[in-house]
Structures are given as structure tokens and as C-alpha cells.
Design a binder for this molecule. Structure first.
Ligand code: NDP
Length: 465
């Protein structure tokens, strides 16, 4: 029997959808799922539901799976991130040959990917840390794909990754070689960080509108926004969510307000601390999820501290729309800044315009705004160098102030909008109170300070006591 072009390990949500996508594109495929007790049915079910003409072989034994692949072997690992990846690598290693390529398509941490790349390269195996976004539907119909690896390894896997990825408006694949090692997983992590803040901004806008409006009315407002430059996949699904009813009740109103997370938002925040870049949007979105988890404590305190909340206030929808536009721009700016800093620190030479392009389809943060970002990063390193972006921020400053004021009147937590506003104010303020911080540091720790009008390389110390 002829050998398969590629193998996929793990037939969970993403692995099975990507496998069907690969097989549909005509690539002969081998799939593997472990047959631990209670799991054997997974492979069987998958094989039974293939479309006619799909060339797929199924395995629950690594040796036969590896033997079924053409060389150099290309193996896409789609399993839970973390230690499981290391276990699978160790199991595969004795069966692999030089120049084989392992692709980790899960949400692995980029530092783990750096480590695995070094480890495997020493053994002559190429490793690809491959970010994949789009969820189950994206994986099946065309995700956005962010592979980080050597150029040589990418040349081997490009035909398949570019074939299964979503296509942009010009028909080009939403997959591009990001850079070396952990770069693909880093970029995917930032994608998810931007996604966290995009979701939180919509949640905050919804809660402000909810004071005076029904779900149907909010959906109508969001629909109007969706017809403008604010159009995005997340806005689109939010409209659908607001409208979904079961047995005459809005499903949204039955969902407990405790948000989960799988870590990529906090990883982005930690990365921005490590790289010395500002990421207040993502961090406030992460913390909003953490606060939501304290449900019983919140409930208890709400009764004793704030029984009369959410007093109805008339809200100007056009003002909130402008504030939302403002905050989204700051969110994207901080996300792209984080990638810019990583690019410099790790010598990745990231092409931000190309990253924006592969995020215009297939992924969760695809939007009209992302489409415009392609052009911004063709010309500039930052949104804040782009006159149109600056004009938008300047003209919407009054609106975001008003929306924050509306949130105060209704006693609504509005952290992510606040973060956008505070960032903008700080970034456009000539004199910040950091002179006092420097004086305090020098007082207790003799950390020294620079002086106004003195050369930058001169440091001073005062005997404060
Ligand atoms: P699922 O939980 O649906 O599937 C996990 C898969 O991993 C299963 O096939 C499971 O096998 C396998 N697995 C777990 N542990 C091991 C192990 N020790 N050895 C071998 N196989 C193992 O996860 P998803 O498909 O949702 O996610 C896969 C990866 O893709 C994750 O890193 C996730 O973060 C990432 N991802 C997920 C997205 C999503 O929307 N779901 C979007 C983008 C990325 P078994 O069936 O035998 O338990």
C-alpha cells in the first residue's frame, strides 16, 4: 500500500477536524488515537464517518502508524498541551529517522517549544511549533495557521498547511512561516491575548447596555455596529448568542457568570512583563475572568455592600460605539507591540503585516479592523505612527470618557475600557509622576536617577536623610 503524506496524532476536537480537512484536500493521511480503556471507540467512530474518496488509515499503535508515513515523515501532534507532548515525543523518538518533522499544533507555551526544538534538532528531527486558530469549525473548514520552525522544515510542510488553511480576501492562504522555534506559538499566544480583551470589551459593553435594554435590543445595536468598520467574528457570534432562546428563555440569561480560561491570556500578560512592554488590556481581561470565578463571595458581598445597583441611566449608543472603537484599537496596538518587542528580543524579524493578513480569516479575531491593519504594518511599526489611527483615538477620547462615566453612574465594572483610556492618557502625557518614583527608589535603595536636561547616561544620587 502507498504511504501517507502526513500523520495526525490525537483525534480530539481539533485533531479530528483537521484530519477531515487534510483528507478532503486529497492528501493521503494516517491518523493515530491511543486505545486506552474506554477510548478505543474514538478511532473506530472517526474511521466510520469518513467521506467517500478520503484516503485515511487509522492506527492505535505507534510503530505501524510511523511505518505508514512517507519520508521525511510529517507528523501533526494535536493533543493536550503540556507534559503529554513530551511523553508522545519520547514514545515517537525511537521510531523516527533523521529529517523527520514533528509539528505541535496545540496551544503549547513558546518557551516549551524553544526547548523541544533544541532537544529534537540535536537528534536530527525538525520541530514545528504551530499555532492553529479557528476552533472546531475553523479546523474543519480552514483555520489560520502560524508555524514557527526552520525555513527548510517549512518548505516540506507548506504545501499541506497552506492547502488546509483559510483563504484571505485575495485568495491567499492564511498560513505563513512566522519565524524560528517558539515564534509560531508566541504569535498564537498573542492572538489569544487579543481575543481575551476583544471578548471582555464586548462583555463590558453588553453589561452597560443591559442596565436599560433587553437582549434583543442589545443584539439590534450590535447588528448596527457589525455593519460598520467594527465588524468582526466575535461581534457576529455575540449577536447570535444574545438572540438564542430555548423554551422561550434566553440561553445567555441561564448561564452562570463564572468565566474559564486555559492560560494563554495569562501567558501573554507574563510575556509582556518579561519583555517590558505594556499589556493592560489583556491583563484586565484575564483578571476580569479571575474575579468572575469568585461567584459565591461576590454574591455574599453584593447583598451586604451594594444592594441597589444598576440604576437606569440613559446611554448614548453612538458614544459607546466610539468608545468601543477606541478600546479595540488600543487592544490591537498593545498586542502588536508585544510581538514587536518579542521580535526584537528573540531576533525573529516578525512580519506584522503578514501576521495581520493571516488573521483576516479562519481565526477567532478576524475582523474588518484586522484587514486594515495589513496596510498599517506595511508602512509603520506601530498603530501610533499611523495618522488615521491617531486621529481615531484623538476624536474618540471624549466618547470613552463619557462611557466610563456612564459605567460609574450604573456602578458597573468597566476595567478593559478604563485600561484603554488610561494607556492612551499615559502615552500622550509629557510629564508622568515617575520623577517621584525615582526619588523614592533613590531614597530607600540608592538606585539613582536621571535629571531633566542632563545627558541620558548620567545618573545622580541624593543624600535624602
Ligand atoms: P481535546 O481534549 O478534544 O483532545 C485532546 C486529544 O489529546 C485527544 O485525542 C486525547 O486522546 C489526546 N491526548 C491527551 N493526552 C494524551 C496523551 N498523554 N497521549 C496521547 N494522546 C493524548 O482537545 P482539542 O482537540 O480541543 O485541543 C488539542 C490542542 O489544540 C490543545 O493544545 C488545545 O489547546 C489546542 N487548540 C484547541 C482549540 C479548540 O478550539 N478546541 C483551538 C486551537 C487550539 P484521548 O481521546 O485518548 O483522550
Amino acid at each position: 500500500m502507498s504511504k501517507s503524506f502526513i500523520g495526525v496524532i490525537g483525534l480530539g476536537v481539533m485533531g479530528s477536524s483537521l484530519s477531515l480537512n487534510i483528507a478532503e484536500k486529497g492528501f493521503p493521511l494516517s491518523v493515530f488515537n491511543r486505545a486506552i480503556p474506554g477510548e478505543a471507540y474514538i478511532l473506530k467512530n472517526f474511521m466510520m464517518n469518513l467521506d467517500e474518496g478520503m484516503q485515511v488509515e487509522g492506527f492505535s499503535d505507534f510503530k505501524n502508524f510511523i511505518d505508514s508515513l512517507e519520508r521525511p515523515r510529517k507528523i501533526l501532534i494535536m493533543i493536550k498541551a503540556g507534559e503529554a507532548i513530551d511523553y508522545v515525543i519520547e514514545e515517537l523518538l525511537p521510531l523516527l529517522s533523521e529529517n523527520d518533522i514533528l509539528i505541535d499544533g496545540g496551544n503549547s507555551h513558546y518557551l516549551d517549544t524553544n526547548r523541544r526544538t533544541t532537544y529534537l534538532n540535536k537528534k536530527g528531527i525538525s520541530f514545528v511549533g504551530c499555532g492553529v486558530s479557528g476552533g472546531e469549525e475553523g479546523a474543519r473548514k480552514g483555520p489560520s495557521i502560524m508555524p514557527g520552525c526552520s525555513k527548510k522544515a517549512y518548505a516540506n510542510i507548506a504545501p499541506i498547511l497552506e492547502a488546509i488553511a483559510a483563504k484571505d480576501t485575495r485568495g491567499k492562504s492564511c498560513c505563513t512561516h512566522i519565524s524560528e522555534a517558539g515564534s509560531g506559538h508566541f504569535v498564537k499566544m498573542v492572538h489569544n491575548g487579543i481575543e481575551y480583551a476583544e471578548m471582555q470589551l464586548l462583555a463590558e459593553a453588553y453589561t452597560l447596555l443591559k442596565v436599560t435594554k433587553t437582549n434583543a435590543a442589545i443584539a439590534k445595536i450590535f447588528k448596527a455596529w457589525h455593519k460598520t468598520d467594527l465588524s468582526s467574528y466575535l461581534l457576529e457570534i455575540t449577536i447570535a448568542i444574545l438572540q438564542k432562546e430555548k423554551d422561550g428563555i434566553y440561553v445567555l440569561d441561564t448561564i452562570l457568570d463564572k468565566a474559564g480560561n486555559k492560560g494563554t491570556g495569562s501567558w501573554s500578560t507574563k510575556a509582556s512583563f518579561d519583555l517590558g512592554t505594556v499589556n493592560t488590556m489583556m491583563s484586565s481581561a484575564v483578571f476580569a475572568r479571575y474575579i468572575s470565578a469568585f461567584k459565591s463571595k461576590r454574591h455574599e458581598l453584593s447583598i451586604s455592600v451594594a444592594p441597589n445597583v444598576n440604576q437606569a441611566e440613559a446611554i448614548d449608543i453612538s458614544v459607546l460605539e466610539k468608545a468601543y472603537r477606541f478600546a479595540r484599537l488600543i487592544n490591537h496596538h498593545q498586542g502588536f507591540e508585544l510581538m514587536q518587542q518579542a521580535s526584537k528580543a528573540y531576533h525573529w524579524d516578525l512580519n506584522l503585516s503578514e501576521i495581520a493578513r493571516i488573521w483576516t480569516n479562519g481565526c477567532i479575531i478576524r475582523s474588518e479592523f484586522m484587514e486594515k491593519s495589513i496596510t498599517v504594518f506595511k508602512k509603520y511599526e506601530s498603530y501610533l505612527e499611523d495618522e488615521n489611527s491617531l486621529n481615531l483615538l484623538k476624536s474618540a477620547e471624549a466618547a470613552i470618557k463619557q462611557s466610563i462615566s456612564d459605567s460609574l453612574s450604573s456602578r458597573i465594572a468597566f476595567d478593559t475600557f478604563w485600561s484603554a483610556y488610561n494607556y492612551w492618557v499615559s502615552m500622550t502625557t509629557k510629564n508622568l509622576p515617575a520623577n517621584l518614583i525615582q526619588a523614592q527608589r533613590d531614597y530607600f535603595g540608592a538606585h539613582t536617577y536621571q535629571k531633566i536636561n542632563a545627558p541620558e547616561n548620567q545618573f545622580f544620587h541624593t543624600k535624602w536623610y
